[in-house]
Design a protein around this ligand. Sequence first.
Ligand code: SAM
Length: 386
Amino acid sequence: MLSYRHAFHAGNHADVLKHFVQVQLHEYMNQKDTAYSYIDTHSGAGVYALDSGYASKNAEYETGIAPLWERTDLPKPLADYLDLVKGLNPSGKMRYYPGSPYVADKLMREQDRLRLFELHPADAKILADNFRKVAEHAAAQGIVPTGRGKRVLVERGDGFHALKTLLPPPSRRALVLIDPPYEDKQDYRKVRDAVEDALGRFPTGTYAIWYPVLQRLESRSFSDKLKRLQGKDWLNVSLTVSTPGPDGFGLHTSGMFIVNPPYTLEPILRQVMPYLVEVLGKDEGATFVIESGEPLTGSSAARPSANGAVRIPVGNARRASPLSGTGSLRLPGQAPAGTPGAAGAVGPLGRSPAAKSGRPTMKTSGRPTAPTSGRPTGPKPPRRPT
Ligand code: SAM
């Protein structure tokens, strides 16, 4: 099924969460000089025009990237993400929004390798055209990639299948982003199977999975299934921007599930998520959840306490001042720091340790009892973000 076009949703709250987290993952990978591969199994078109074409139709960016645009009080990690988006808009006017391939291209080095897959023929062409221009521009400036093989490979094809062929990567370092449309409920199973297979081939890779929280069963049980994947550990963050309506339509909550996350990410999320809830939240239902832990076994995914898991709920993040999005932010009941715990798609693109072994499962949420997937019943949405 290839009806999904990401341009309709470019720059919405789900993109903000996804790409903000992606920036943090690249920044961690860049701390070492050793090359790494970035594999984007579902790349989309790469860049999206916000003021024309599909993106302007529902203007989802107006409640996503737009509220952040003029803010001067952004926590530093969020500012890094916004700077990247602003780099694509040198006039200062918010006109273009970067997709995950662009985010990666901006942050990755000459020695690193981007492997980008997109199945939709139109978006695959736009993506390839964009990166062809990047390569031409770089060549004209005498920039040549170091190491073996092309720096960027764009392929029209099935990203789930491609992942099997690329692991383990030559550099033995990899960041994988898996971001399918989920219009087809099989995507939930395919993601889980793909990461399970990938972990077998390359256990130390970092696997970042975007997911929607919708009413369909596959969606509601998804993060619990991912917690069983046999990586070293996992980190799960979700952002809810509003109370779901009685009709159940719309995308109110999305999440990023990371298998083998960098140890730096959880403190960053604790700093930034209350701020995102404050700025992007539309009503009192706005909240966030941060959970982390080691792979669950047996029946513990359904009943976390059966595995000795500890979940620590905290106060309502909407009460937190946006200015408190600093290292000192500590919400009521929160564990102390350190506690274990295409029409619209455009170009061209420009290039410009603490191991947590033995840690119990941790959960930090913006509401005392907020589950990651508690949603009212009603008709299921026909597609991902609407
Ligand atoms: N990752 C992109 C970003 O953040 O900018 C957005 C990707 S969008 C949510 C999902 C994309 O996956 C769509 O462009 C869709 O055409 C593509 N797609 C669907 N099934 C695919 C598959 N099996 N392999 C590769 N791409 C696929």
